[in-house]
Design a binder for this molecule. Structure first.
Ligand SMILES: NC(=O)C1=CN([C@@H]2O[C@H](COP(=O)(O)OP(=O)(O)OC[C@H]3O[C@@H](n4cnc5c(N)ncnc54)[C@H](OP(=O)(O)O)[C@@H]3O)[C@@H](O)[C@H]2O)C=CC1
Ligand SMILES: O=CC(=O)O
Length: 327
């Protein structure tokens, strides 16, 4: 008998065919997201789940006693209850590496958009307001030869640092818990404590996971340290920032602007003040959203799923659950 799996969003035909070779499967193809009661009904006796958000709670695990693996179709897995998964010996996987370059492109897109006011000026031209050319309104800030401060220098961070150093001649400061001497040597990036990074950067980019330690890592105190001319870019997770403090910093001109792919609550509330600010670029969490990369992520997630339900070692078990592979 084939293992039973559930997939909580539509996947490309090729991925479905791959899964069908090894598993009995069901896919939710209706409106996203799948309602909780349907998810719970469909997952009662499954061996594996593939899902884009991976909201795995004690309650969910209780409901799916046969579950062996949750394959998250994303890199970030902050919605896994790691403790509960460990206790029930449920593996969790994610999709690292295949999206790095795509997310790095987007991070750079946000840097360029904020510095050169691309979103604002696009609206300006389209709304028919362009009557004279030499307008102070057009003036932005240089990206090349400026200083980029990165909090987080992992798989994606490294790709951003490469673009910044070799593409734009930027000085790169970075902060992590563990230094990356090899990257310091290859790219000339410099390790910094958070305070000094904030004080000296023209762009501050978050490229780290949401964890207990990083929840609201950036708040009022940190925005006060940033240069008034600096831009804040978040491509990681909205909850790493105290969003009220960010709004305050923008309203009081403590910083010059922000580029945000992520928000505290997603989809972002239509009344969120950030949506009304011209100096803030807002995107709907599209870091990895290219056709090719999304396909590669889903295929990688399918490979992890199949491995997990067929007693093989899934390639991308998240670090905190690797110990389950030893038993
Ligand atoms: N906007 C989007 O669409 C996307 C967003 N993401 C987000 O980006 C995040 C990063 O992805 P990726 O580069 O693959 O992850 P990695 O795990 O490769 O890198 C994470 C980096 O963050 C650092 N870090 C972790 N905890 C802390 C901490 N407490 N203080 C300082 N630094 C810390 C790590 O260094 P160290 O451990 O040494 O501290 C490491 O350098 C993901 O977790 C996800 O949330 C990812 C893909 C797309
Ligand atoms: O936010 C996206 C991810 O892959 O994590």
């Amino acid at each position: 008998m084939k293992p039973k799996v559930f997939i909580s969003e539509p996947v490309p035909q090729e991925v479905e065919e791959y899964i069908s070779k090894f598993c009995d499967y069901k896919i939710w193809k209706e409106k996203y997201p799948i309602p909780k009661e349907i998810l719970y009904k469909e997952t009662k006796d499954i061996d594996g789940l593939m899902t884009p958000k991976g909201v795995i709670t004690e309650e969910f695990l209780e409901n799916s006693p046969n579950l062996k693996i949750v394959s998250n179709i994303a890199v970030g897995y902050e919605a896994f209850d790691i403790k509960a998964m460990k206790e029930r010996k449920v593996l969790g996987t994610h999709t690292p590496y295949v999206l790095d370059e795509t997310v790095a492109d987007l991070a750079f897109g946000l840097i360029l958009m904020t510095a050169r006011k691309l979103g604002e000026l696009d609206q300006y031209v389209k709304s028919g307001k362009w009557h004279k050319s030499d307008n102070q309104k057009f003036l932005g800030q240089d990206v090349h030869h400026s200083t980029l401060g990165m909090i987080g220098m992992g798989r994606i961070g490294e790709k951003v640092a490469r673009r910044a150093t070799f593409g734009f001649n930027m000085n790169v400061l970075y902060h992590t818990r563990n230094r990356r001497p090899q990257l310091e040597e290859s790219y000339g990036i410099k390790y910094s404590n958070i305070e000094s990074l904030l004080e000296n950067s023209d762009f501050v980019l978050l490229m780290l996971p949401l964890t207990d330690a990083t929840y609201q890592l950036i708040g009022q105190e940190q925005f006060k340290l940033m240069k008034q001319s600096a831009f804040f870019i978040n491509c990681s997770r909205g909850k790493i920032v105290d969003e009220k403090a960010l709004i305050h910093a923008l309203e009081t001109k403590e910083i010059s602007g922000a580029g945000l792919d992520v928000f505290e609550v997603e989809p972002v509330d239509k009344d969120n003040p950030l949506l009304k600010m011209q100096n803030v670029v807002t995107l709907p969490h599209i870091g990895s959203a290219t056709e090719k990369t999304r396909f590669n992520m889903v295929m990688k997630a399918a490979e992890n799923l199949v491995a997990g339900v067929t007693n093989q070692v899934p390639p991308d078990v998240v670090d905190e659950l690797r110990e389950l592979l030893e038993n």
